[in-house]
Design a protein around this ligand. Structure first.
Ligand SMILES: CCCCCCCCCCCCCCCC(=O)SCCNC(=O)CCNC(=O)[C@H](O)C(C)(C)COP(=O)(O)OP(=O)(O)OC[C@H]1O[C@@H](n2cnc3c(N)ncnc32)[C@H](O)[C@@H]1OP(=O)(O)O
Length: 227
């Protein structure tokens, strides 16, 4: 039977080998809500097909808006765990963050595409569970903090707990999309839920991990980020 899934090269290339040239490039302006953490995609960088597939399945008929897609700013966060220690040839590739906002500009969902190389292994040929949890935590953090900022709040919240259910192995090499959305809010407490999606051989998406988390907005903010 012919596999309907996206070919591996289209999942990984060119995102696995992308190297930052932020300073050298003239990139489009990024809206203030996203600017603290994200920079625009270079004009020549296509949206990853797996990300487009996840978006079209989550919101059928809604056009994908390229200007809502970003990458993390390495200039602002050079030491970020997922973009320093664990990134590189055959490990994590370059993430693409896509934010969905409502008519008032309030962030409602985030989708984060990650190329996954063979060096992320836990079980043979499958992604380490701790790596998947990190990717989900990162997507949940991206969602919570940009959502708060889009509502005029501090955008400085941290994980209090993260619960992950591993539903199926995540194949390597491969790619995944982490999706995060709001569960509920109680004061400073933001409850988030989401999943890590991979493509099955028949081309459909499957949640290989499901998660929920509590983020707490910091009373005082990050000491290092006082304006
Ligand atoms: C210039 C601008 C630039 C902006 C740019 C943005 C930068 C934005 C960077 C984002 C970055 C994200 C990155 C990814 C996410 C990480 O990886 S974050 C790193 C991992 N997380 C941590 O290190 C957090 C460590 N924990 C803490 O600091 C503190 O425990 C917390 C979570 C802030 C809470 O402390 P607190 O503020 O003193 O609040 P506390 O009164 O203890 O609890 C508040 C409420 O939460 C509940 N709660 C707290 N913990 C729990 C728990 N584990 N279980 C259940 N309930 C709990 C409490 O029961 C309480 O409930 P209520 O009584 O109000 O109903």
């Amino acid at each position: 039977m012919r596999c309907a899934c996206l070919p591996l090269e289209s999942l990984l290339a060119p995102w696995m080998s992308l190297r930052r040239t932020e300073e050298a490039e003239s990139l489009p302006e990024v809206p203030e809500v996203y600017r603290a953490r994200y920079s625009a995609l270079p004009a020549a960088q296509p949206l990853p097909p797996l990300l487009v597939l996840a978006l079209s399945q989550a919101s059928p008929g809604v056009p994908v808006r390229r200007e809502q897609a970003f990458r993390r700013s390495r200039t602002n966060f050079p030491n970020h765990f997922l973009h320093s220690a664990s990134q590189g040839q055959d490990a994590l590739g370059e993430a693409v963050y896509y934010f969905e906002a409502d008519g008032e500009g309030v962030v409602q969902r985030v989708f984060v595409f990650w190329p996954l190389g063979v060096l992320l292994e836990g079980p043979p040929n499958f992604c380490h569970g701790g790596c998947g949890a990190s990717l989900l935590d990162d997507a949940f953090g991206a969602f919570t903090n940009t959502r708060l900022r889009s509502m005029g709040l501090s955008g400085q919240a941290v994980t209090a707990y993260l619960h992950v259910d591993y539903k199926a192995p995540t194949p390597l090499p491969g790619a995944a999309v982490c999706a995060a959305t709001l569960d509920r809010v109680e004061g400073r407490k933001v409850f988030v839920r989401g999943e890590l999606l991979v493509q099955k051989p028949d081309g459909t998406l499957q949640a290989s991990m499901e998660a929920n988390a509590l983020f707490v907005e910091l009373k005082e903010g990050f000491a290092s980020m006082k304006k």
